[in-house]
Design a protein around this ligand. Structure first.
Ligand code: GLC
Length: 711
């Protein structure tokens, strides 16, 4: 074992000869440090911690269930999991960072390993936390800290700054698997205009392609595509097409031919390109672990940028596999053996399961190989890097050809990819429980370095109701990535697909979101820059009593959310860890009142946004607009709850240049005097003319002050 000292007291340990995953920016300087944890290195390495009754575990990124991960079995092995039921142990991401919180101290760990890792956080034995690392070559870092937040911040410093999307990526996006042609997409765009619904873009699912071939556009269904992209962009609306991991096997298809000629595909045991099947039928998988393949595939995104595209979603990159030739043949053989037979229970279930298990059978992962610096590795060993490295390839190409910021999200991910793109949480369903999952999952993913995150609002699978969409939007209005996406053959889910009342309510919520964008963008940029969390559980700031509250959370330092996530409820219980100001926000209105600390009922109608503002904090609001390009900074409204004094740094920049060009940090300070407030605005935003302050004090008295920045 070798050990290293990293910044901020972080300790690094290297066991065997690990693959360089590129997860961390820093390796550290060699220094002799003892490794004190209980560990048995072998084919499967086990790490063991004692669990005391009050211990808690946070992190591990994209997983279902509680924020406190205790008492579960969670597997870090990227999986195309189409059905997010409570018993599922893995989803699309593999995020091996967690903080073990004990009564007196807390420690963070990151396991830098590209294969399977299984966490038993007290499921088998509630007194033991065991980690199985499926290999003996890995790195591990150990992060001390005086608080959970400090540990997370130190981790983020060694993992590197998160991906920064353009400002327009903070708008509202409509998506649906099933928009079949340009007329339908244009219809969505026009309907948003007619209904006065804000919109920054429409995602294009796989139907825009020719026969599901990456880097093609169907000429028949999307004629004059470039002109269409330009027309929408002139109005500030972006199209965001999908790219899937598999490359269709089809002679004369340029990507396939180039991939073969350039030796870019993953190989089978015989050294030939491995064949699996996904949307287009048989495909080869680019070997993204080869740097030359990342460059080659990354360059292909130029096909899209040449058409005016500035955002992409990478999908099916765990990689998802419908079947491979061997398993399909065995299944078909079994089925023909069964023909005409009287199947007993065992045979019938064998037949049924054999077909069901074709989808994403992990045996496939033993049958194809990657080459990393010339060395062959079975896919299984490096599985969790696949989607990550596909996204690095896309980032390379998009950056090279756009030379500005772009929207990039991926379904599969591992830590390290957070520097290259965001993630959405995959194929959830239109279930109330999945709205709650969304709330709980955001901080855990954020802790692992990802900031541009969100779920399919309204739910991907299943049938969404107007009420569910409305309530979901009331939460997603605060997530950096805000996309309404639904699956083929489900009930239409656009805000106008329900009743007039749903349309009016969702319009009001979306306009509220656009009023919040200056604040959300500023908070995002500051959080990334300063290695702070965008989403924070109550448990990180408050002790016993608040540790178990997982359906309320903080956004930045200012806001606490308490979304409704149950059906037929117009109110819910909220427990305030401190007194706060209660804010109600619609398109035009803002209301403020005081809320005492402690448990209380919060009524929450369907047509507004309701949240809490912490003491001596303030938030700037803009004016809503039909999309981000039309947001104006001339006039801001600042809502503040001041009992003594508060200071707010408001970040803004041009929202598109790489390297935060033209960044502006405006400092607003409010100091309470007996009967009035001292207001100071330093370094005002160059467009700003007036700020309308609305300040509430401890007696609930509101003062409105109009502050002219330019006279
Ligand atoms: C996958 C994606 C989903 C997409 C579908 C069709 O299931 O997760 O978002 O709509 O594929 O491309």
């Amino acid at each position: 074992m070798q050990s290293y000292k990293l910044n901020n007291g972080v300790e690094g340990f290297e066991f065997g000869t690990p693959i360089d995953t590129g997860a961390l920016l820093e390796k550290g300087t060699p220094e002799k440090i003892d490794f004190k944890e209980k560990m048995a290195v072998g084919k499967i390495t086990t790490l063991e911690f004692e669990l005391l009754p009050k211990d808690r575990i946070y992190g591990l990124g994209e997983h279902l269930g509680s924020m406190n991960r205790r008492g579960k079995r969670l597997r870090s092995y990227c999986r195309d999991e189409a059905n997010h039921t409570e018993d599922k142990n893995e989803l699309y991401g593999a995020h091996n960072f967690f903080v073990h919180v004990k009564e007196q101290e807390q420690t963070g760990f990151f396991i830098d390993f590209p294969g399977e890792v299984v966490y038993d956080t007290g499921f088998q034995d509630d007194k033991r936390f065991t980690i199985e690392i499926h290999g003996k070559d890995f790195r591990l870092i150990k992060i001390p800290g005086n608080s959970i937040e400090e540990i997370v911040s130190r981790f983020l410093q060694v993992a590197g700054k998160a991906y920064i999307p353009p400002k327009w990526a903070f708008g509202y996006f409509q998506s649906r698997w099933g928009y079949k042609d340009v007329a339908e997409i244009n219809g969505v765009y026009e309907r948003f205009q007619q209904e006065d619904l804000p919109l920054d873009g429409i995602y294009l699912d796989l139907d825009y392609m020719e026969d599901f071939k990456n880097f093609t556009v169907s000429r028949q269904r999307f004629p004059k595509f470039k002109e269409f992209v330009a027309k929408l962009k002139r109005d500030g609306v972006y199209l965001v097409p999908i790219i899937d991991a598999g490359v269709k096997i089809e002679p004369d298809y340029d990507i396939y031919e180039e991939g073969l000629a350039g030796n870019h595909f993953c190989l089978n045991a015989q050294g030939n390109p491995y064949v699996a099947a996904v949307w287009p039928g048989k495909v080869h998988f680019p070997d993204f672990l080869q740097s030359k393949t990342r460059k080659w595939f990354g360059e292909k995104y130029q096909f899209l940028t040449d058409l005016g595209i500035e955002g992409v979603w990478n999908d099916m990159n765990e990689p998802a596999i419908f079947y491979d030739e061997k398993n399909l043949e065995e299944a078909v053989d079994l089925a023909s053996d069964c023909r005409g037979k009287n199947l007993n229970v065992h045979k019938f279930f064998e037949l049924k399961d054999t077909f069901a298990n074709l989808l994403n059978d992990e045996d496939y992962h033993q049958r194809f190989y990657h080459r990393i610096q010339g060395k062959k590795h079975p896919h299984r060993e490096v599985h969790n890097l696949y989607g990550d490295y596909m996204t690095r390839a896309a980032n390379y190409g998009l950056q090279k050809h756009l030379n500005k910021r772009f929207l990039l999200i991926s379904r599969a991910s591992s830590i390290g990819m957070h520097r290259y793109g965001g993630i959405w949480t995959g194929d959830n369903a239109s279930w109330w429980s999945h709205l709650e999952e969304n709330i709980r999952m955001m901080p855990s993913i954020n802790m692992c370095g990802f900031y541009y995150i969100g779920a399919d609002t309204g739910g991907f699978g299943g049938q969404c109701s107007g009420e569910l969409l409305t309530r979901w939007l009331q939460f997603s209005a605060f997530t950096p990535l805000l996309r309404n996406h639904s699956a083929l053959d489900t009930r239409p889910q656009e805000p106008y697909a329900f009743s007039q009342e749903v349309l009016e309510n969702t319009r009001s919520i979306l306009k509220g979101r656009y009023r919040l964008i200056p604040y959300l963008y500023s908070t995002y940029m500051k959080a990334v820059e300063e290695y702070q969390l965008f989403f924070k559980p109550l448990a990180f700031d408050y002790g016993e009593g608040y540790q178990e509250i997982e359906d309320q959370l903080f956004i930045g330092e200012e806001i606490m959310l308490a979304p409704i996530h149950k059906k037929n409820q117009s109110q819910r219980l909220v427990d305030l860890p401190e007194k706060m100001a209660r804010i109600t926000l619609t398109d035009q209105e803002t209301e403020m009142s005081l809320a005492p600390a402690g448990p209380q009922k919060l009524s929450y109608d369907l047509d507004h946004l309701r949240f809490f503002l912490r003491e001596n904090k303030m938030i700037p609001l803009g004016k809503s607009a039909k999309n981000v390009s039309k947001l104006s900074m001339k006039k801001l409204e600042v809502l503040a709850y001041i009992t003594n004094q508060g200071e707010h740094v408001f970040y803004d920049d041009d929202g598109i240049s790489l390297g935060n060009k033209e960044k502006n940090l405006m400092k607003i300070r409010i100091k309470s005097r007996e009967d009035f407030y001292d207001i100071e605005v330093k370094n005002p935003h160059k467009e700003l003319e007036t700020i309308d302050f609305k300040i509430i004090n401890d007696n609930g008295r509101i003062q409105k002050i109009s502050y002219r920045v330019k006279t």
